[in-house]
Design a protein around this ligand. Structure first.
Ligand code: OOG
Length: 249
């Protein structure tokens, strides 16, 4: 790999480990989208070298609300490792400036080699949440910056799995300490979260990655992301899918 790109991966990996935000990579150097994905892979390779394993992918900017919030206009993806899975607590001291958003999640139960395999490979659907933590100062980035930073992925949690069903237009809520802080419809996710799954399969095929049985695909948020303070209780829910909850400290 181009040593220049590897040094970018080192900067982002260190930023996450040290919980210290860094300036945007594109402030100092030109970075195009393919190179940004190379940086993302190198960031993930560092995590895998520390013993983590891949357990899925997350889609980003699949809704207008997110594109407008972050000022970008293309669908992207990031990779999820087992260390990112949150059971019931998240320690905000481990993060820089975390945000949370509600998600629809798909469980893959057979290998997805092409986008045509994607829909039939779904073994379960759940509501979940994603904790985002940009490694950039001010949570501010261009499209290549955020791709390099693994699409701001920091953690995620899931509600109970349900049998595959139509989730094209279900109401979704994000509550913090009992107050509704964001709400929307899953239809905000590319018109139907299933389209986000197909987009994930397309990106996977292009990247030469096979979506594996047991992997989770986060389809992207239906709402803007909300800052996640310490000492709160967060609940996300989606009609017909129940809920997922997390406490922060
Ligand atoms: C990038 C990740 C966007 C989504 O659901 O659209 C994303 C960010 O906003 O920090 O995960």
């Amino acid at each position: 790999m181009n040593p220049h790109l590897d040094s970018f991966a080192e900067i982002l990996d260190k930023a996450a480990l040290n919980r210290r935000a860094v300036p945007r990579l594109t402030d100092a150097a030109a970075l195009d989208v393919p190179s940004a994905y190379e940086v993302q892979r190198a960031v993930i390779e560092r995590r895998l070298a520390r013993g983590e394993s891949l357990i899925g992918v997350k889609m980003g900017f699949t809704s207008r609300a997110k594109m407008v919030q972050m000022g970008v206009d293309d669908v992207i993806w990031g990779l999820l490792t087992d260390a990112m899975l949150i059971e019931s607590h998240v320690d905000t001291a481990d993060l820089i400036h975390p945000r949370i958003e509600p998600e629809i999640a798909f469980l893959i139960d057979r290998p997805v080699r092409t986008p045509a395999d994607a829909v039939d490979a779904v073994g379960g659907i759940a509501v979940g949440y994603e904790v985002l933590d940009s490694r950039y100062e001010g949570f501010s980035f261009t499209l290549p910056d955020v791709i390099a930073d693994n699409a701001s992925a920091a953690g995620f949690g899931l509600g109970p799995w349900h049998r595959p069903r139509d989730v094209g237009n279900v109401g979704m809520l994000l509550e913090i300490d009992g107050r509704t802080v964001a709400s929307g419809s899953s239809a905000a996710i590319l018109g139907d979260p299933m389209r986000s799954l197909v987009a994930a399969a397309r990106l996977a095929e292009a990247a030469g990655i096979e979506l594996q049985p047991g992997w989770v695909i986060l389809a992207g948020a239906a709402t803007a992301a909300i800052p996640l303070p310490a000492g709160t209780h967060v609940r996300v829910s989606a009609a017909g899918l129940g809920r997922a909850e997390v406490t922060t400290r």
